[in-house]
Design a protein around this ligand. Structure first.
Ligand code: SAM
Length: 385
């Protein structure tokens, strides 16, 4: 069988780290895109990507691509795909779209548009939906229901420079919903950004993990799951691919049983925060993540926190949104703290706010610009000597 075209999507800025994850999974034809990494593989590779990728949002399968300078062209390409016809201008993926789009399967379609004549994404989605159901009528004499709540197929249309690509979401709920967030406190970092800090830090999994401003504990959890070789899908019960043709529960169980490297089987976590409420959230989340027995949580200022004997990994996501004047002073204090107390440690700082770590007073080994929701941020990486 021809390899399936797959795309793992991610937060802008995490492409390189996601590419590294895919290469570690021995994915084929890996190609970095904006906010995504494309690769090819089998259905097993698709399931494995959903189960194992820490920095991806979703895994999509490519169904077909065609030139679509206007609404009618969008609809015509979709109709050809769903009707099983192959005009030369429609490049199909390895999936038999006409069988996949059987009228017994409901679907929903969402669109994005970048640098294209068709800019109205609702209209683009509607044009493709019309084309798909016309193609179904051509082939089956009947059409699918559109189901916005619980569809069998989550379709995505990506319009980029007037080229349409129809994709199928195999994840369903985004992959960053790990299932350990029992309590949401103020400004938690997103799970895939927290995982990116850990993966980019160069930490080998040995020694303790410290977060002196731990908030709800996301960075600690992601570090521990990496060290213990626990996959990010571990608490998840469902993926959209379970409802797709070709899903084989026994073959998926074999993927679940594949060994994952365990660089830090004895990892210990040390979380500190000045807020009692944040610590309550961290405790609940660590418990949900099966990590409470490995964690020590303390309340106090980060400056007063004494780290355990290292070296290890120190992760910090300082508060943002403070006034500019005080920001520079706080950043400097954090830089001094890292320098003095964490000699020999690896450090990753997720910096947001106006300053984005400019005043930290330490030279990062690397700065990675990332989008943290709508906010620009930076992952700053340090080898502390
Ligand atoms: C942006 S939040 C961290 C969010 C965390 N990464 C998470 O995923 O939930 C910043 C945290 O730093 C704490 N904090 C602010 N200043 C602090 C200080 N000087 N010492 C200790 N904790 C501090 C706040 O209480 C807050 O929980």
């Amino acid at each position: 069988m021809r390899a399936i075209g797959l795309i793992a999507t991610c937060v802008l800025g995490l492409e390189e780290i996601l590419e590294g994850e895919l290469r570690a999974l021995e994915a084929q034809d890996v190609e970095r895109q904006r906010g995504a990494v494309a690769f090819t593989g089998t259905w097993e590779d698709c399931w494995r990507a959903n189960w194992r990728l820490r920095t991806a949002n979703r895994v999509l399968v490519e169904l077909g691509t065609w030139e679509a300078p206007d609404g009618p062209a969008l609809a015509a390409g979709a109709r050809a795909l769903a009707g099983g016809r192959s005009p030369a201008r429609v490049r199909r993926g390895a999936i038999d779209v006409a069988s996949l789009l059987h009228p017994d399967r409901s679907f929903v379609i969402q669109a994005t548009s970048t640098a294209s004549v068709v800019r109205d994404t609702r209209w683009a989605a509607l044009s493709v939906k019309d084309g798909l159901v016309d193609g179904q009528r051509d082939r089956w004499d009947r059409r699918s229901d559109v189901d916005r709540e619980d569809p069998d197929l989550h379709l995505r249309l990506r319009l980029l420079r007037d080229r349409a690509t129809l994709l199928l979401d195999t994840s369903g709920e985004p992959l960053d919903r790990r299932g350990y967030r029992a309590v949401t406190t103020a400004a938690p970092v997103r799970e895939q950004l927290a995982a990116a800090c850990v993966l980019a830090s160069g930490w080998d999994g040995r020694g303790p993990v410290v977060d002196p401003m731990c908030g709800s504990g996301t960075l600690l959890v992601e570090a521990a799951w990496f060290a213990l070789g626990w996959p990010p899908g571990r608490l998840r019960r469902h993926w959209a691919f379970e409802r797709l043709p070709g899903y084989d529960p026994a073959a998926f169980t074999a993927v679940l049983q594949e060994p994952i490297p365990t660089p830090g089987p004895n990892v210990r976590l040390h979380g500190n925060d000045e807020s009692a409420e944040a610590l309550r959230g961290a405790r609940a989340n660590l418990e949900q993540a099966n990590l409470l027995d490995r964690a020590t949580l303390t309340r106090g200022g980060a400056a007063a926190f004494e780290p355990p004997p290292g070296p290890g990994l120190v992760l910090v996501n300082p508060p943002h949104g403070e006034r500019l004047g005080t920001d520079a002073v706080r950043w400097r204090a954090l830089g001094d703290l890292l320098k003095q107390r964490y000699k020999g440690w690896k450090a990753a700082v997720l910096a947001g706010g106006e300053d984005r770590g400019k005043h930290i007073g330490l030279r990062p080994r690397r700065r990675i610009p990332v989008m943290n929701g709508p906010l620009e941020g930076r992952i700053l990486l340090f080898d502390l000597y």
